[in-house]
Design a binder for this molecule. Sequence first.
Ligand code: FES
Length: 161
Amino acid sequence: MRQRGPSPAPAPAPADPGRAAAVRALAEGMASMRGPLLPVLHAVVQQHGYVHDDDVPVVADVLNLSRADVLGVLTFYHDLRRTPPTAHRVTLCRAEACQARGAEATVAAATDRWAGSTDVEVGEVFCLGNCALGPSGMLDGALHGRLTPDRLDALTEGWPA
Ligand code: FES
């Protein structure tokens, strides 16, 4: 067991004790793994959709890490969500090959269309391995190529503004 100086201040009580118990059970089940932190955080995202701030002290306690250790990993990897997932997600490639094929126009259109939306999240990625068919993007997890603002509108028809 690792000790890191004086004990930290106790974490405030979680807002959702049921969730805290579920996260604790999940982390305890994986604690014996080698390097369990990242797998535990991925499992929390898979099970609950995101890692809530209240999950951090629970995971830290189970894995005998500091809250800063957990938060450092959590904030380093963008795929580890810290907010509830939206109904729809648009992830557009902004790497060189897609930029050369005009990706920025689609990025700008998507950003404008869903600015402030609580239902649609627009994100970026740097290469989806679909360069030959760029500009590329993922719409709710499905890969699409040759994205233009018009094609994006057609593919997302009926999505909330
Ligand atoms: S650069 Fe966009 S898919 Fe490779």
